[in-house]
Write a new protein. Structure first.
Length: 421
């Protein structure tokens, strides 16, 4: 006898702990991006390094993510999120703590980032979004929004916390506290509550899969084959829009702290403004998650991505007053909080769940490529021209292009009912 799909309330009652765990886990993977800007000052002062060199670490990790994400997406579809996330968290904690050993050697700095990049592969957004997307159908948009609010959570906590740790304990101790404190919480929660509903019987049930083999379960899932996904014009538009907007977004996020200093904020005020951007990002994820469960994401996403064409010019040196800088950082933070969320949701809607891990793994590789290009390009631009003006102007143009690509998406495919587990 056919079972009716679970309601939003039923899904949330069964899986809210999973969403909380995924958000905290993703925040641990994400915190190095906003933290990079806070560490720039102390590392530059101690070792005399340029902005380009200080930015190159995020770019190295991005290249590793670009190359490794498709493989990890494939493994996710076969092993599940838990088997990848738990060892990934342990390795990422150790890799993060190892930055406390930095001694001024460029070779060592490069190796540390390579190690971190490989460790973090197992806890990229694909891991957490795959687990959550498989556990939700009716409330998937909001669930993914809360999961991916991990990045915004990191943006809220990291700037003031890291600045305080550096000023009170020193930058080496700051790496250790962030690694084992934040990472330890993520590891405990994941040990207790992380599971992959696609491989675990009924949603929220941890009893194990039924008599069907894993391959039969995957075959029964609705969605595109890898070949069909590769030919989907909607998925390509999502990919291109995501790559363009995140190249700029991640560049600005990494350099956000010095951008605010250049705009006229003090170091303490810049830390709190960066935290405010993170709060706006959480609001963006919650509001967007609710909206895309009710309205087509092309309208919600198109407007949101285009909105930073207003925000970035307000952060230009000498343009904005204190009030305008605050408005600009709120709009920027709100939009930044939605971009990976929109990509994950649109991937699920246009590709289905059959090969979600592999398809979103490719999307994640494009996000990683954006992470590789954006920060170092921003550093090169600053070292060449002495300001962030070019970055912010280009960012406004890219925002309009990306928004237009999302606006152009067609109707969602009509998948058959989600399979019963």
């Amino acid at each position: 006898m056919e079972q009716r799909p679970a309601s939003k309330r039923q899904e949330w009652k069964a899986n809210w702990r999973l969403v909380l765990t995924a958000a905290v886990g993703f925040s641990f993977m994400s915190f190095m991006t906003p933290a990079a800007g806070i560490f720039m000052g102390p590392l530059s002062k101690e070792f005399g390094w340029s902005r380009t060199l200080l930015s190159i670490g995020i770019s190295i990790a991005g290249i590793i993510g670009m190359l490794g994400s498709p493989l990890f997406g494939y493994l996710l579809d076969r092993l599940g999120a838990r088997r990848l996330a738990l060892p990934g968290l342990v390795l990422t904690m150790l890799a993060t703590a190892s930055f406390a050993l930095t001694n001024g050697s460029v070779t060592q700095w490069t190796i540390l980032w390579i190690l971190w990049g490989f460790a973090a592969l197992a806890i990229h957004s694909t891991t957490w979004s795959t687990a959550v997307a498989g556990a939700f159908q009716a409330g998937r948009g909001l669930a993914l929004g809360l999961t991916l609010s991990g990045t915004a959570l990191a943006q809220v906590i990291v700037p003031p916390l890291t600045n305080w740790l550096i000023m009170s304990q020193g930058w080496r101790a700051a790496y250790l506290y962030l690694a084992f404190g934040w990472g330890g919480v993520a590891l405990i929660l994941s040990s207790l509550f992380l599971f992959d509903a696609r491989l675990k019987g009924a949603r929220g049930n941890k009893e194990g899969i039924s008599e069907k083999s894993l391959s039969e379960l995957r075959a029964a899932m609705p969605g595109l084959s890898i070949r069909q996904a590769w030919r989907s014009s909607e998925l390509w538009r999502v990919t291109i829009a995501t790559f363009l907007i995140l190249t700029v977004t991640i560049a600005i996020l990494v350099h956000q702290f010095p951008i605010l200093l250049e705009a006229g904020a003090s170091r303490t005020k810049a830390a709190w403004l960066a935290s405010l951007a993170g709060l706006a990002g959480i609001a963006g994820k919650l509001i967007t998650g609710s909206l895309i469960d009710k309205y087509h994401a092309r309208w919600v996403g198109g407007i949101t991505l285009a909105s930073t064409a207003i925000a970035y010019p307000l952060l230009l040196e000498g343009v904005g007053s204190s009030t305008l800088i605050t408005i600009g950082i709120i709009i920027s933070g709100y939009a930044a909080g939605t971009k990976i969320q929109l990509c994950g949701y649109l991937t699920a809607r246009y590709a289905g769940m059959k090969n979600y891990g592999a398809v979103f793994g490719f999307m994640t590789s494009m996000i990683a490529l954006a992470s590789a290009i954006g920060p170092v390009a921003a550093g090169l631009s600053y070292d060449r021209f002495g300001s962030y003006t070019l970055l912010l102007v280009v960012g406004a143009i890219v925002s309009l292009i990306s928004g237009a690509l999302i606006f152009s998406l067609g109707a969602y495919p009509e998948w058959r009912d989600e399979p019963e587990y």
